[in-house]
Design a binder for this molecule. Structure first.
Ligand SMILES: Nc1ncnc2c1ncn2[C@@H]1O[C@H](COP(=O)(O)OP(=O)(O)OP(=O)(O)O)[C@@H](O)[C@H]1O
Length: 318
């Protein structure tokens, strides 16, 4: 069986900017592929290359055909920036997009799938909240019941409950055999949904693998995050028996098992270091991201912060 998506040495430049620098990958039919990377890494450009919406060097194919020639009824695309007609209601928009295809899903059923029903389905698009608008855009991408679905940052602006509902919808689609090519800045989203994840950095595909493999290879050890306002020099005197660094406002104690958290608390108390909270965490895709891109996440971990936290000191392992 031919792959659903193939990129072979795809290059794209905008003037002096190289957006894609020889990207090759293959996505199987029925696979959910997550593409991640910092702002400007080239994710949207790769989506555009695979959907035939920008000309590139190298070659790309979708369902065995050139992306500009494949039957649009087989493809669903949610672009990163997409604004349908503002003075139509979601129901009218879905009916309009459904009319482009010989066979399409029932507009109301698709809107219900993305959590738009009742009053919201009858309001002008421009009157909807940002998250509701994004849900309608997802519905438009789904109305032709596509075999391959491209979603460029689908859940941006959608509230946590809506995000989870959308994840469940995508899981159902994947279980039904839909191929999904997803870009996102939410590592939780990508880790949950993707069979494989590709890391794009400065136009190059740095690594590709199943989330669990990537975490095992690049995620590092379990760690304890200690939220503290203490001066780094005070932390240097704590004398922890673990390697430490800082990430944002957190002191990070590396390689510590859950049973040893008490010893860290004792050491911090003894040194008079005040702390707000302790979070023990096993490595996840966010850690892989940090390792592969050398960047740091802000706060809750779903957004990328370009700053890199300096290390305070390295402790001696006992
Ligand atoms: N139409 C364009 N004209 C000029 N430069 C462009 C254009 N589209 C993208 N670029 C540049 O190409 C590079 C890759 O952009 P792209 O949008 O693919 O990145 P991205 O990974 O999707 O970023 P983000 O996470 O911010 O959405 C960036 O340097 C961007 O400025």
């Amino acid at each position: 069986m031919t792959a659903a998506l193939v990129a072979d040495s795809v290059r794209k430049s905008y003037g002096d900017v190289t957006a894609l620098d020889g990207v090759s990958l293959s996505v199987d039919r029925g696979e959910v592929f997550g593409l991640v990377g910092p702002n400007g890494a080239g994710k949207t450009t790769l989506v555009r290359a695979l959907t035939g919406t920008t000309a590139v060097e190298g070659s790309a194919s979708v369902l065995g055909e050139d992306p500009t020639e494949v039957d649009p009824a087989r493809i669903g695309l949610l672009p990163q920036s997409f604004a349908p007609a503002s003075r139509l209601t979601p129901r009218e928009l879905l009916a309009q997009y459904a009319g482009r295809y010989d066979a399409a899903r029932d507009p109301d059923a698709v809107l219900a799938d993305v959590g738009i029903d009742g009053g919201a389905a009858e309001q002008w698009y421009e009157e909807l909240s940002g998250g509701q608008k994004r849900r309608v855009c997802v519905a438009i991408a789904l109305v032709n019941d596509p075999e391959v679905l491209f979603l460029d940052e689908p859940t941006t602006g959608i509230d946590p409950a809506g995000r989870r509902a959308l994840w469940e919808l995508l899981e159902d689609l994947a279980a039904g055999g839909t191929t999904v090519f997803l870009t996102s800045h939410s590592m939780a989203e990508v880790e949950r949904l993707s069979d494989r994840v590709g890391f794009l950095n400065a136009g190059r595909l740095v690594t590709v693998g199943a989330p669990r493999e990537l975490v095992a290879t690049h995620g590092g050890q379990s760690r304890l995050l200690v939220a503290t306002d203490a001066d780094p020099s005070a932390l240097a005197d704590v004398g922890l028996a673990y390697e430490t660094s800082t990430r944002g406002d957190d002191l990070v104690v590396e390689g510590i098992g859950p049973r040893d958290i008490g010893a860290v608390v004792d050491a911090l108390d003894e040194a008079g270091v005040e702390f707000g909270s302790l979070t023990w965490k096993q490595p996840d895709l966010e850690d892989v991201y940090l390792e592969l891109t050398g960047e740091a996440f802000a706060g809750g971990g779903s957004e990328v912060d370009s700053g890199t936290a300096p290390a305070t000191r390295g402790g001696d392992a006992r």
